[in-house]
Design a protein around this ligand. Structure first.
Ligand SMILES: CC(C)(COP(=O)(O)OP(=O)(O)OC[C@H]1O[C@@H](n2cnc3c(N)ncnc32)[C@H](O)[C@@H]1OP(=O)(O)O)[C@@H](O)C(=O)NCCC(=O)NCCS
Length: 236
């Protein structure tokens, strides 16, 4: 691991080049990748809920969130529509509902627990703001292969399929399930360009059971909140 300092903080406009580089590392096709303009706009529109983990000045993981309404998420057909092509122009400040615009991490990020660090920052903010629901649209990268083997079956069966351990069959749904996103809210066709997922996206939702307790969380010092969140992340 690089010996440079690892930091987690809100992103700022001067981070845009490294954020673009990270995005282009995790998303391989042009139609999946965001450009500098998109990141600049996103930071302008919802920068208070966008964080990244850095090694020195290089971003190794990032998490972007915007304020939404349930209706907006449900009625939109695609990631482009929900997020205004990634710019988050329609982000609602102080909304009690969040939508995860994007999560990205390099291979190196795992060694630095980078995604856990990002989730913790977001959780601190969510507890203090009394956020009730967090939505995200997950790809389902196992779909194409599964449908080839199960020609008589459909998309719904795949999305709800479980392994013997009772966790989702799809690796990314499984990943988010472990992060607490357990409720499948909607399946959207042509959600986001992703070959292995046949462009489908699954809208998942996490409910914050403590959303009514924001005043109490505002009184707690950050280090204590971090400890509580760490405990919950281990045992949810
Ligand atoms: C999703 C992402 C941020 C997770 O990063 P991470 O927390 O460091 O975790 P990993 O990438 O090591 O994945 C953790 C586990 O989830 C599974 N997983 C997550 N996303 C997956 C995917 N797209 N395809 C296959 N497996 C996936 C992995 O198999 C892995 O399982 P393992 O622990 O048994 O090896 C990272 O994989 C990434 O940047 N992916 C590309 C962009 C993306 O899909 N973003 C999310 C859009 S909603």
């Amino acid at each position: 691991m690089d010996r440079k300092k690892i930091t987690v903080r809100h992103v700022v406009p001067s981070d845009v080049p490294t954020l673009v580089e990270l995005d282009h590392r995790v998303w391989k096709t042009k139609e999946q990748q965001a450009d500098s303009y998109t990141f600049i706009e996103r930071i302008k529109n919802c920068g208070d809920t966008c964080w990244a983990v850095f090694i020195g000045k290089a971003a190794i993981a990032s998490l972007y969130i915007m304020g939404v309404t349930h209706k907006q998420v449900m009625k939109s057909n695609s990631w482009d529509q929900i997020t205004d092509k990634g710019t988050a122009r329609s982000s609602i400040p102080y909304s009690q509902e969040w939508f995860g615009i994007g999560l990205a991490a390099t291979q190196n990020a795992k060694k630095a627990d980078a995604v856990e660090k990002l989730m913790t920052e977001a959780a601190i903010e969510a507890l203090r703001l009394g956020i009730r629901y967090v939505y995200l649209g997950s790809p389902i990268p196992g779909l194409r292969k599964w449908l080839k083997k199960n020609r008589d079956k459909g998309i719904n069966e795949y999305v709800y399929a479980k392994k013997v351990d009772n966790l989702p069959l799809d690796p990314q749904l499984r990943y988010y399930y472990k992060e607490g996103f357990r409720k499948i809210v909607q399946i959207k066709q042509n959600y986001f360009p992703h070959e292995k997922s046949l462009d489908y996206g699954v809208i998942l939702r996490l409910e914050n059971p403590f959303w009514r307790m924001k005043i109490a969380f505002r009184l707690l010092p950050t280090f204590l909140l971090r400890l509580i969140i760490h405990f919950f992340m281990k045992y949810i």
